[in-house]
Ligand binder design. Structure first.
Ligand code: CMP
Length: 142
């Protein structure tokens, strides 16, 4: 399996609830992910809207942008073998009611909308989402 990079965001609900440290500890500990870059940032509507542009036509887009700009979030670049699919599995399903026991969302997400974390869903997403927050970085390893 190849070493990959992916983007994770600790969302405003998890930061507000004081779960930032717990989530980071899960990612670095059980998850075995290496943190290559990390920053706390309060997104504006332009940045959140562009980041989630693929969902622009969805009925929840407005609510999603509102939520993502409601407080600081913590985007980070993670690296590991099979990081992209591995992280999606580690965080669990979008809806915490459907997330597997022991996943980040099962532990820390309150609802489908306010679901604690975001993770890139494919190599193509990682390739655009990493430089969205960290323009000096790419998804390319090495
Ligand atoms: P995320 O993994 O960040 O990708 C898109 C986000 O849209 C998702 O997590 C949720 O926060 C949000 N989302 C997805 N489906 C819904 C929904 N039905 N209602 C509200 N928000 C949603």
């Amino acid at each position: 399996m190849a070493v990959e990079r992916t983007l994770l965001i600790i969302k405003p609900d998890a930061v507000r609830a004081g779960n930032m440290g717990n989530i980071l500890a899960m990612l670095e500990g059980e998850g075995g992910f290496k943190v290559l870059a990390l920053r706390m940032e309060h997104l504006n509507k332009d940045s959140a809207g562009k980041f989630y542009a693929v969902h622009k036509e969805r009925p929840f887009y407005g609510e999603l942008v509102e939520f993502m700009t409601s407080g600081p979030c913590v985007p980070m670049v993670l690296e590991r073998e099979n990081a992209i699919l591995g992280l999606r599995d580690f965080i669990g399903a979008t809806d915490p009611a459907e997330a597997r026991e022991g996943t980040v969302r099962k532990r820390y997400a309150g609802s489908k909308a306010e679901n604690a974390v975001h993770a890139s869903d494919s190599p193509e997403s990682a390739a655009t989402e990493i430089p969205h927050f960290f323009p000096e970085m790419t998804a390319r390893v090495g």
